[in-house]
Design a protein around this ligand. Structure first.
Ligand code: FES
Ligand code: FES
Length: 156
């Protein structure tokens, strides 16, 4: 299948990448741009490991065609913070032991960041609803909730 150059804006940087129309955003992020923080779990919209922000909205990148994201701002977990300056939610995940194997963590972070952006002080129910699209096989849900609450409290 013929590929074409696709203009993607990822974490504020512009890229021109070869892409065929049937390729997912997840594939392009991981295999063309080496942004491997975004994970391939189920590959069919069930686990949330591949969650990114597309134009500010949460998206499962395994179900999103890269071609449909042309010239649209995309944020991946690599765009949240750096090793020297973690995002407050990344720091809170560490402080509250909100990860074990870490496989689901990038997706959890993206969902949590979107929640806190839209709802500065979410209730426990709002947190559970907002995070319900992100599964954790290690069962860190309670710690993730504590981490989100901690960030919300700090912004009080
Ligand atoms: S890998 Fe996309 S939802 Fe599971
Ligand atoms: S920390 Fe292992 S799957 Fe969530």
């Amino acid at each position: 299948m013929a590929s074409r150059q696709l203009r993607l804006i990822v974490n504020g940087e512009e890229h021109s990448v070869p892409c065929v129309d049937s390729e997912t955003l997840l594939t392009v992020l991981r295999e063309r741009l080496q942004l491997t923080g975004t994970k391939l779990g189920c590959g069919r919209g069930e686990c949330g490991a591949c969650t990114v922000l597309v134009d500010g909205r949460l998206a499962y990148s395994c179900l999103t065609l890269a071609a449909g994201c042309e010239s649209t701002p995309i944020t991946t977990v690599e765009g949240l913070g750096s090793a020297q300056a973690l995002h407050p939610l990344q720091q809170a995940f560490i402080e509250h032991d909100a990860l074990q194997c870490g496989f689901c963590t990038p997706g959890q972070l993206m969902a949590g960041v979107a929640l806190l952006r839209d709802t500065a002080h979410p209730t426990p129910t709002q947190i559970r609803v907002a995070m319900s699209g992100n599964l954790c096989r290690c069962g860190t849900y309670a710690a993730i909730e504590r981490a989100i609450c901690a960030v919300a409290e700090r912004s009080a």
